[in-house]
Write a protein that binds this ligand. Structure first.
Ligand SMILES: Cc1ncc(COP(=O)(O)O)c(C=O)c1O
Length: 363
């Protein structure tokens, strides 16, 4: 059970601190494939590994003086100014900063449901009034209902994932623009875009265009997924400068220089690198979806590097059966009892899934 701690006027919830829900405890068979945390099977690009090695020599210092250049490089890559960027130990830390700056007692947190639960859990523990708005039948965010719920409280955060985890579904850009334009005074939109790098038209689909328009929007991005740097713990948020200034004091630690240098090297690979990684994952995903179709297994049309499959039986039974066969799948998500989330791995890894999943589902 997660405990809340107030120490010196600050809030700590250690077990919630980072993307830990995906952890699988205990022994697993040798050669287990890891399709549980939506990581990249390719790992970091070589340039980022080289940057990590080089940065190891700087590990004796906090490296404060290096960060302005690092923020400038990340800002330039997304077309914003450095004062619009907040670096974090993974995007988790930036999400925490937004929650601490903009929710709390007397304030609201309106989220789309189901989604990755960390933000709602944290907002609840911070004392915010949490409202979970069900997704539409097409697994989009119900923006009108969310705006309606926001009108009941004086201020807070409306939160959504795009693409959403665990559904892998997208909410159309027009709906998100509508939300940003129709929120009551005192409210902000927090858009978690951990998987946006997998969306081919991410510039139109993503929320950074709303930040550029000066809307009250905070967008979080991460190097943990497509860039293959989950263990290096580096992500960032984008928002208007005064929103970044409000969030910054809640970043309770210095970002690791190793992760930051690796991120800059990975970004320097450029848009072609992102497109190549995205295309190879989407090709494997398309092949896997064809296999699901051939088996008559229902799934939500995916937009990210994972698929949510309707296995129509308690997934709490399916998960250990897959682990016994050397496949570590996604965990159970609230309100999605009969659904299994699988990360799209390499072609060989997905072949292992297609070999074993039928027997597990027949069992
Ligand atoms: C939707 C979503 N947001 C944020 C995160 C946090 O990732 P990180 O802190 O590694 O950037 C995850 C991790 O799995 C995620 O699925």
């Amino acid at each position: 059970m997660t405990r809340r701690h107030w120490i010196g006027g600050c809030f700590f919830a250690p077990e919630l601190a980072f993307a830990q829900h995906a952890a699988i405890a205990g022994a697993v068979p040798p050669g287990t494939i890891w399709l549980n945390a939506n990581e990249s099977p390719e790992g970091p690009p070589k340039s980022a590994v080289a940057a990590l090695r080089k940065a190891a020599a700087d590990a004796g210092r906090y490296s404060h003086r290096a960060f302005p250049d690092i923020e400038r490089a990340i800002a330039a890559a997304v077309g914003l100014g450095p004062e619009q960027i907040l670096l974090g130990s993974g995007s988790s830390q930036v999400l925490h900063c937004a929650l601490q700056a903009f929710t709390g007692p007397g304030r609201g947190f309106v989220t789309s449901w189901p989604t990755w639960e960390m933000c709602a859990e944290m907002a609840g523990r911070l004392g915010a009034h949490v409202v979970k708005v069900p997704m539409t039948r097409t697994w989009a965010v119900d923006v009108e209902r969310m705006a309606q719920e926001a009108r009941r409280l004086p201020s807070g955060l409306v939160h959504l994932g795009n693409p959403n985890n665990p559904t892998s579904s997208m909410t159309p850009p027009a709906a998100i623009s509508w939300l940003a334009e129709n929120l009551p005074e005192g409210w902000k939109v927090l858009i978690d875009e951990a998987y946006m790098d997998y969306v081919p038209d991410s510039e139109q689909a993503g929320g950074i265009r709303l930040v550029k328009q000066g809307r009250p929007v905070i967008v979080t991005r991460t190097f943990s997924k497509l860039f293959g740097l989950a263990g290096a713990r580096i992500g960032f948020g984008c928002a208007r400068p005064e929103l970044v200034a409000e969030m910054r004091p809640f970043r309770e630690n210095v970002v690791s220089i190793l992760g930051a240098r690796a991120a800059v090297a990975a970004l320097a690979e450029g848009p072609d690198f992102v497109a190549r990684r995205r295309e190879s994952r989407l090709q494997v995903r398309a092949g896997f979806c064809r296999w699901l179709d051939s088996r008559g297994l229902e799934y939500i049309p995916p937009s990210a590097n994972f698929v949510l499959i309707h296995v129509r039986r308690p997934v709490t039974g399916v998960i250990p059966a897959l682990i016994r066969r050397g496949i570590a799948p996604g965990r159970r998500f609230d309100s999605l009892d009969g659904w299994l989330r699988l990360t799209i791995g390499t072609r060989a890894e997905m072949d292992k899934v297609t070999t074993h999943l039928p027997a597990v589902l027949a069992g």
